[in-house]
Design a protein around this ligand. Structure first.
Ligand SMILES: Cc1cc2nc3c(=O)[nH]c(=O)nc-3n(C[C@H](O)[C@H](O)[C@H](O)COP(=O)(O)OP(=O)(O)OC[C@H]3O[C@@H](n4cnc5c(N)ncnc54)[C@H](O)[C@@H]3O)c2cc1C
Ligand code: SF4
Length: 329
């Protein structure tokens, strides 16, 4: 591993200033992704700015009924918080579907959102990879890509975003608060992660040096039920092949409110707006749910070995929405 310096700032300002002064620095949350990548040589910051102990570890209820989750709240604490389990169960379920207990104890909210892709070529420095080394090529297009994208990919990168948390947050209309050298701003989670286009080296719209300080959730739709389901190769300790986060409210047999996001299909959590449009005002039946999934997934462009993700996503959608509709009967 390349030698690096370590800094543990006491305030957000100090962290942001230190990052601005060191272009080769990186923020360190729980380190469960960044340190692994450093050991593999896939990234080599010369300074780690440990933000894991900044005073950003609170979960606050907001006057409007929403929630503000500090960036250093650990995944385990967030999943177990009674206010999350009661009012945002889809969020708790998504977190508990990710990684392992030990990893969740260390992983932070901000770090989870900004974890890098699990594409094997990205982690293997003996191979080219446009995300790790812009312009070097994308061996995954013709190579091993069973786990990779079917939506929104480009000739330059077909990676997927691995976070379960981000998928639930996308369905919940969450927003990220970030602070950088130019001040603070708020970015909707659905606009945080980029599609790869010609610049897969950029995962998100955050500028280098912007620190995530919190995630803000609007009040949950009062009568909607939520659920997260994840299909994967093993029952635990595995990333999503496909996952679905859904919120559904049914009145008199008709869909009144629907929010749907997919994981495992694209370079970002995929908010399924075409499916939502097809659901709104339609009878809450399996036929409607299948048609809604088709409306979204008709844009899919599977690679040689990952076409199975499309029918899998359809089946998961029908099953999750069916289970949520049953709760309204
Ligand atoms: C074996 C294994 C299985 C896993 N399975 C899953 C899974 O099924 N689902 C899932 O979602 N995840 C899974 N993970 C990933 C795990 O959830 C992430 O590693 C973790 O959430 C990252 O959080 P962290 O705080 O440790 O981030 P770090 O490793 O500290 O940082 C990750 C990135 O975020 C940046 N960063 C950290 N905090 C901030 C901040 N506040 N502002 C700006 N930048 C920041 C860092 O610079 C770095 O680039 C798995 C990991 C492992 C090792
Ligand atoms: S899919 Fe993206 S991350 Fe994977 S090799 Fe291609 S450019 Fe790299």
């Amino acid at each position: 591993m390349k030698p690096f310096a370590y800094l543990r700032p006491d305030t957000v300002d100090e962290a942001v200033r230190a990052r601005a002064a060191h272009p080769g620095a990186a923020f360190l949350g729980g380190g469960t992704n960044l340190v692994d990548l450093m050991k593999l040589g896939a990234c080599a910051p010369d300074l780690l700015i440990d933000v894991g102990r900044l005073p950003l570890d609170r979960i606050e209820e907001l006057p409007d009924g929403g929630l503000r989750i500090g960036a250093t709240v650990r995944n385990s604490d967030l999943a177990a918080a009674p206010v999350v389990q009661e009012r945002y169960p889809v969020l708790s379920q998504a977190l508990l579907a990710g990684a392992s207990g030990q990893l969740r104890n260390a992983a932070t909210t901000g770090g989870n959102l900004l974890q890098r892709t699990r594409c094997a070529y990205f982690q293997d420095v003996s191979t080219p990879c446009n995300k790790r080394e812009p312009g070097s090529g994308c061996p995954a297009v013709e190579g091993v890509h069973r786990d990779l994208a079917v939506l929104g990919h480009s000739a330059h990168c077909v990676a997927t975003h691995p976070s379960d948390l981000a998928v639930a947050l996308a369905a919940l209309d969450a927003a990220v608060e970030a602070t950088g050298p130019d001040g603070a701003r708020t970015v909707p989670v659905t606009a945080l992660h980029r599609l790869p286009g010609e610049h897969p080296e950029r995962d998100t719209v955050l500028e280098p040096g912007e620190l995530i300080t919190a995630v803000r959730l609007p009040p949950p739709p009062p009568l909607a039920h939520g659920r997260y389901r994840k299909a994967r190769d093993r029952a635990s300790y595995a990333f999503a092949l496909v996952s679905v986060a859904a919120l559904l409210e049914v009145r008199d047999g008709v869909v009144h409110h629907a929010a749907l996001a997919y994981g495992g299909l694209a370079h970002r959590p995929w908010r399924a707006t075409a499916a939502e449009e097809a659901l709104r005002g339609a009878p809450a039946t399996a036929d409607t749910f299948g048609r809604a999934a088709d409306a979204e997934l008709s844009a899919a462009r599977p690679l040689r070995d990952n076409g199975f993700k499309v029918p899998l996503a359809r089946r998961l959608t029908v099953s999750v929405l069916g289970a949520l509709a049953a709760r309204h009967r």
